[in-house]
Design a protein around this ligand. Structure first.
Ligand SMILES: *Cc1c(COP(=O)(O)O)cnc(C)c1O
Length: 225
């Protein structure tokens, strides 16, 4: 079930410049339909097959965000319709997205994922890889780099979360002020989830990815990749 009240109050408490992505992974199509009916158009999914199925079943004006870890061999399934790929965490993946975009003559919007947490389990580039990937962008005609994405450590310690998000915003500002190629227009900083979106917004987030707060807790067993 989609929680309309939570969604409306969330919308009222955050700046209007911040986009809410309703993270609907593992949730049935009916839940997304409910959200759609009250005006939600941005949905986030983590699994390619699930995203493809939901895209087929739901209205075509939905903006689909792929927010999970994307395997290169699966890019082709979402390339024709995905609105934004948040988790571009390697040069290899970016090259594959460019290749698939070229095949169908579509420029694909991407966020570069930066590793900011103190955990082994989170994906992302470090600062050096990020600079390298930005340097090769002029050769990649079929990707648009729209900004950065990151996930903070899973902790109650607000100081740690604040310092990780602050670091990501600093990187974002750095790439923002560099001379830009037409396919490098960083305006989106995707950071913040149900537990830490308030801190993320204080630290400059422009896009928050909210799942459990809007759709309820997920069944943990169906979440494995
Ligand atoms: C699942 C997920 C979210 C949403 O998490 P909640 O804690 O349910 O809000 C956000 N971002 C990513 C990358 C996710 O995998």
């Amino acid at each position: 079930m989609f929680n309309n009240e939570k969604y409306n109050s969330l919308k009222q408490t955050i700046p209007s410049s911040v986009t809410i992505i309703a993270v609907s992974k593992t949730k049935p199509v009916e839940d997304l339909q409910e959200a759609y009916e009250i005006g939600v158009r941005d949905f986030g999914e983590n699994y390619v097959q699930e995203l493809v199925d939901k895209h087929e079943q739901l209205p075509k004006d939905i903006r689909w965000h792929f927010i999970g870890h994307l395997q290169s061999n699966k890019v082709k399934y979402i390339a024709p319709f995905v609105n934004l790929i948040h988790g571009v965490d390697s040069e290899k993946l970016l090259l594959e997205i460019n290749k698939q975009g070229k095949k169908i003559n579509r420029k694909i919007n991407c966020l570069l994922q930066v590793y900011i947490a103190k955990e082994e389990t989170k994906f992302g580039m470090d600062e050096q890889e990020l600079q390298h990937v930005i340097a090769i962008l002029p050769e990649l005609e079929f990707v648009n780099i729209c900004g950065l994405m990151g996930m903070a450590s899973f902790t109650d310690n607000e100081q740690i979360i604040t310092s990780e998000f602050t670091y990501l915003n600093k990187l974002f500002q750095t790439i923002n002020t560099k001379p830009q190629t037409p396919n490098n227009v960083p305006q989106t900083l995707s950071m913040g989830m149900s537990a830490d979106y308030k801190i993320a917004i204080e630290c400059g987030s422009t896009m928050i990815r909210i799942g459990s707060m809007l759709f309820g807790e997920r069944n943990k067993t169906s979440q494995t990749k």
